[in-house]
Design a protein around this ligand. Structure first.
Ligand code: ZN
Length: 60
């Protein structure tokens, strides 16, 4: 299960299937890479929130 790291809501995957040209790979509305990790988001707004302050959301 994939969760939006900002709001912790479950991200519905597979929304866009192979017929849409994604090759059947898992799909999330938005994603980004930070410190070598891929993070997924429920929406582009939360992606922007994360990118503005990644350390707020990444616990390490
Ligand atoms: Zn979210």
């Amino acid at each position: 299960m994939t969760e939006c790291i900002v709001c912790e809501s479950e991200i519905e995957q597979g929304v866009i299937g192979p017929e849409a040209g994604y090759g059947g790979e898992s799909y999330a509305p938005a994603q980004t890479e930070h410190a070598g990790e891929i993070y997924y988001f429920c929406c582009s707004e939360h992606k922007e929130s994360f990118e503005s302050d990644p350390e707020q959301y990444v616990s390490s």
